[in-house]
Ligand binder design. Structure first.
Ligand code: FMN
Length: 329
């Protein structure tokens, strides 16, 4: 029997499979089911900064104007629609109903009053908080430095509020990505999650409309994740979770070999249902037995950038050789 335990965000996980933040983890019942199917931990569906701010604004209006009917309607509309208590109850009940670590998640794009809400998440019993952060770098007036500074400011403000571990799930849209992420890892951050996968646009050529692309990832999407976990695991001073493109136990093994502490899985579980976690765990165990490894530490980081014989495989970006081979097409 191999030992699948790993350490992530100051917790010991019974195995490295974390269910990624999504509707897969939006009720205590679903969280329980994920635990029963073997999940090592879960990240709850994100609460959005906008949701928190709407509630803050509604309370402010209520305090200013007392109990006018229309104000009450306004307040109750927002509190019904964006019930923060519901999120706190999700954290509390998910925690009470399971023995695995339960991480909360907030989607944020700015630092502000919403940060105070993190304290309530901590009080509700979350084992940690994952910040689902993405600032679209699409404003030609805003420099990369300005955008990157916000990540540090948010983290600093959050850490003033709470003492539970904080992770940051980021995109790969940074120009000086290695420096940015290594610098983040040297703050109070417990883990970096590489990477989030976003809503992607597509074009319907018949209707000449912008439509939603596929919301799920494909197994091939793991390449970018592996490249960056491989590069960064030798340098960061926090844990790493590999996210995007982990679709099998063998994909999890790849991420661990590049130096991840754990993996986060979403698309594969939407497609294959929670019981698929058991298959993934079996695949990891089979591979370890075949290779004679007893624990994850026996091979974690074995193929990081610093440890491979041909690090160029991580660096190579151009297809020079393939172009020359396919000249007769
Ligand atoms: C339907 C769906 C909903 C998601 N919702 C969230 C969310 O609320 N918060 C978040 O941080 N990530 C969310 N994600 C992103 C996933 O947690 C994950 O980072 C991404 O899908 C890449 O992992 P995968 O390749 O295993 O799907 C969502 C993904 C999907 C497919």
């Amino acid at each position: 029997m191999v030992d699948l335990k790993t350490s992530y965000m100051g917790k010991t996980l019974k195995n490295p499979i974390i269910v990624g933040s999504s509707e897969l983890c939006d009720s205590p019942e679903k969280v329980k089911k994920l635990e029963e199917n073997g999940a090592g931990a879960v990240v709850l569906k994100s609460l959005f900064e906008e949701q928190i701010m709407m509630e803050v604004d509604a309370q402010r209006v209520n305090n200013m104007y007392g109990s006018y009917d229309d104000v009450e309607n306004y307040v109750s509309f927002y509190t019904r629609k964006h019930n923060l208590d519901e999120y706190l109850s999700l954290v509390e009940k998910s925690k009470q109903g399971t023995d695995i670590p339960v991480f909360a998640s907030i989607n944020c794009i700015s630092n502000g009053e919403w940060v105070e809400f993190a304290r309530q998440i901590e009080s509700a019993g979350a084992d940690g908080l994952e910040l689902n952060m993405f600032i679209m770098p699409n404003d030609p007036q805003t420099s990369g430095n300005e955008i990157e500074r916000i990540y540090f400011e948010i983290l600093e403000d959050i850490k003033k509020e709470i003492s539970i571990p904080v992770a940051m799930k980021v995109s790969s849209y940074f120009s000086g990505m290695a420096q940015m992420l290594v610098d983040l890892s040297k703050t109070d951050l417990a883990a970096l999650v590489l990477f989030n996968h976003f809503y992607q646009p597509d074009i319907n050529v018949d209707k000449e409309e912008v439509v939603s692309g596929d919301i799920f990832t494909q197994p091939r999407d793991i390449s970018n994740t592996l490249r960056w976990v491989g590069f960064l695991s030798d340098h960061v001073e926090c844990d790493l979770a590999a996210s995007t493109g982990v679709h099998s136990g063998y994909d999890a093994v790849k991420a661990l070999l590049t130096g991840a502490n754990a993996v986060q899985v979403a698309s594969a579980l939407y497609k294959n249902k929670p019981a698929y976690i058991k298959t993934m765990l079996q695949e990891i165990e089979n591979w370890m037995q075949q290779k004679g490894y007893n624990s994850l530490n026996d091979f974690k980081g074995k193929l990081s950038y610093a440890n491979v014989k041909r690090p160029m495989m991580y660096e190579r970006a151009q297809f020079m050789k393939y172009y020359s081979n396919y000249t007769d097409l």
